[in-house]
Structure formats: C-alpha cells, structure tokens
Design a protein around this ligand. Structure first.
Ligand SMILES: NC(=O)c1ccc[n+]([C@@H]2O[C@H](COP(=O)([O-])OP(=O)(O)OC[C@H]3O[C@@H](n4cnc5c(N)ncnc54)[C@H](OP(=O)(O)O)[C@@H]3O)[C@@H](O)[C@H]2O)c1
Length: 348
C-alpha cells in the first residue's frame, strides 16, 4: 500500500468502523448498526472514507432476497452473500493498493460498487479503481452519491437501442423517481423534446428539471391521446406493451427497465417478437452494467450543469432501515441519500 491513515485501533490491533449489517434475508427490521472491522484494500483497490451513499431498488431486493431467482445468481441461497449493502456512493480516498494507478489519498471520488462487493452503508469501503471516477468539484458528496447507479441506468436505457437524437420526441414514463429525474435531464442534454409522465404532486418538479411537457397520469392517459413518440422509456411502466406500441411512431423505440411484473414480462417476451415483425423496436434493457466510461460521461454532464441530481430525502447511517422503507413505498421524488457522519459532523 502507498499510504494509509488509520481510524481508531481496536483491541485486536485492527480498526473498527460503523456499518449497517444484514446477516439474514428479511425486511429493513433485520438491519443492524454495528461496529465491524474496517476493510483493508487489496493491491488493485482503494480504501474510501464514505461521505454519502444513495439507496436504490437493488438494495431492498438484496435485503429481502427477492425475486428468489436472484439468490441463484450468486447473491446467497439461504443468507445474503453481501452483509453490508450500499452500492452508489461518494467519498474521499483514504489509502490505495500498490497497483492502483488512477487515484491517490485525498482524491474525492464517486462510484458504483454493485460489481465489487457492495459495502457503502459504512464509514469505509474498499473498491476496485475501475468502479470509481473523480467526483465533479461542483457537486456535494450527497449529490455525487445520487448519481452512479441511477443516472448510469438512465443513460444506458436511453442508449439501449441506439442513442436518441436531436429533436426526437422522447417520453419518460415514471419521470419523478430516482432514475426518471436523471432520464429527463440526460434526454434533454441529447437535444430531445422530452415529455415526462408522473402524478399530480410531481408535475412542477418534473417541469423544473427541464421536461418540455409533463403529463399527469392521474388526469390523462398518454397512450390514448393520439400523440406519437420516437422513444418511450418506461422507468416505471404500468401499461401493456400494446398500449406503449400505440404511442410509438412507426420507427419508434420502447425500452423498459422497471414497473409492473406484467409490463416487464411483456417487454422481455413479446418485445423481441414485435421488434422482428415490424419497424418498431421494443424490449427490456435488462440489468444496467456499471462502468467507468459511463460514470465519467455523467461527471461531464454534472460539471457542465446539464444534470443536477434531485434529492428527495436525507437520512443518517443509522437511519438506513427507514430510508429503505421509504424507497420501497415507491413514491420517492428523486433520490434518497444516506449522509455518513464524519467525526461527529454531517458531511456535505
Ligand atoms: N434494470 C436496471 O438495471 C435497473 C436499475 C435501477 C432501477 N431499476 C428499476 O427501475 C424502476 C425505477 O427505479 P427508481 O429508482 O426510479 O424508483 P423510485 O425512485 O422508487 O421511483 C419512484 C417514483 O415512481 C413513480 N411512480 C410510481 N407509480 C407510478 C406510475 N404508476 N406511473 C408513473 N410513475 C410512477 C413515483 O411517482 P408518482 O408518485 O408521481 O407516481 C415516484 O416518483 C424500479 O422498478 C427499479 O427496480 C432497474
């Protein structure tokens, strides 16, 4: 290791940190705030002092072990493999392994740890350097922590079947949540004419982040109003695939990432069939693939002020269970963020 600044020593000669631990599958009630051994970076890893993390749907799926199929995909059959959750985070590099080239102690970074062990609901976490990028200087740790998983998912969804183009009419169904608020802003940055769909209470917010039109789904069904869109992104999709098809232009593209099980199965099973038999392309994006290139792309959009994370609620580390409970209700307006206290001070 090149450098290491240690936290308080424990009686085993190591160091302790606070973390939110889940040793069994279940509701947020199974989460416990504990003192655990602080991780040590491997040669290709950096040790990060976590300043903020954000909560994503992936956390409550992993916490509950649902859908069950997930357990067969390496997340632990009877009990969770990852005992500290938290993927999207921002913090400061504390120490680096000997093979780390891109970062040094003191660097402010942000990243997505879904492919390197999770663990961000803690004071410290180790991460491979390719999961991280330098944090844009113009955003807070909380704003940066909101970005890695949700914004990269939005970016990959908007590019899933060929990137949207200048002037195209794009509709974001579920524009007010964690992914949707990024999708609206990223689509605008590509020069699209964006329509956001949300409920009454979120109409002003979705307009404020740049949507050209906002449809309140409690008042109007966009699949029946005669409008056609070049790209429909179902972030929270609750219509049948045939409804979405009707709202697509003749060569339109429909990409689904979340919503009702029926809409998801239709996108996965019927989407490829519709795509083969006509000029419209329809389907599910599958699972987002975190990567450094997309993270750096988002860093540039943040630096240019083209994307500004929308933060709904902030919770402390000990309040992670409440934060997950709130997100699970499915009514978040933007992102839910965990602020990790630093030396008894809340980090901003
Ligand atoms: N494929 C992937 O890799 C991937 C990655 C990340 C997320 N996802 C999935 O994407 C989905 C969205 O994630 P998220 O983080 O944005 O979730 P989220 O933040 O929990 O979404 C909350 C938002 O959903 C909106 N919503 C609820 N019911 C709606 C409806 N019937 N029509 C339109 N909007 C509705 C709510 O707005 P209102 O209160 O205004 O209705 C709220 O603002 C989730 O299903 C998640 O599992 C997939």
């Amino acid at each position: 290791m090149k450098a290491n600044v240690l936290a308080k020593p424990n009686n085993l000669g190591g160091t302790l940190m606070k973390a939110i631990v889940n040793t069994q599958y279940g509701s947020p009630d199974v989460l416990e705030l504990k003192e655990v051994e602080r991780p040590t970076p491997k040669d290709n890893e950096v040790l990060v002092k976590v300043h903020a993390a954000s909560v994503n749907a992936a956390e409550w799926h992993l916490l509950r072990g649902k859908p069950f199929l997930m357990r067969l995909m390496g997340f632990g059959l009877l009990k969770p493999k990852h005992t500290i959750l938290g993927a999207a985070m921002a913090g400061r590099v504390e120490a680096v392994g000997r093979n780390v080239k891109q970062f040094q102690p003191g660097d402010e970074i942000f990243g997505d740890l879904t492919k390197c062990g999770w663990g961000a609901f803690a004071e410290y976490v180790c991460a491979r350097e390719d999961a991280l990028a330098l944090k844009p200087a113009n955003v807070t740790f909380e704003q940066a922590a909101a970005v890695p998983l949700a914004a990269v998912t939005a970016l990959q969804g908007l590019r899933a079947k060929g990137q949207i183009k200048l002037g195209q009419k794009v509709l974001i169904h579920g524009a007010s949540g964690g992914v949707g608020t990024f999708a609206v802003q990223i689509a605008k940055s590509f020069g699209a004419e964006v329509t956001g769909v949300c409920s009454t209470r979120n109409v002003d917010m979705v307009r404020s982040i740049g949507a050209d039109q906002v449809i309140d789904y409690t008042q109007e069904d966009f699949t029946k109003n005669g409008q056609r869109y070049d790209f429909i992104f179902a972030v929270n999709g609750y219509h049948s695939i045939f409804d979405y098809k009707r709202a697509l232009s003749p060569k339109g593209v429909y990409v689904m990432i979340g919503g009702s099980m029926a809409a998801m199965f239709q996108a996965m099973l019927l989407g490829p069939v519709i795509s083969m038999t006509g000029r419209q392309k329809m389907g599910s994006m599958g699972v987002a693939k975190p990567n450094q290139k997309d993270l750096v792309f988002m860093k540039e959009l943040l630096e240019a002020g083209k994307v500004v994370p929308v933060i709904d609620r902030r919770y402390t580390l000990s309040e992670v269970p409440e934060a997950i409970r709130y997100l699970e209700e499915g009514r978040a307006k933007g992102k839910v963020v965990i602020t990790v206290e630093q030396n008894n001070k809340t980090s901003l």
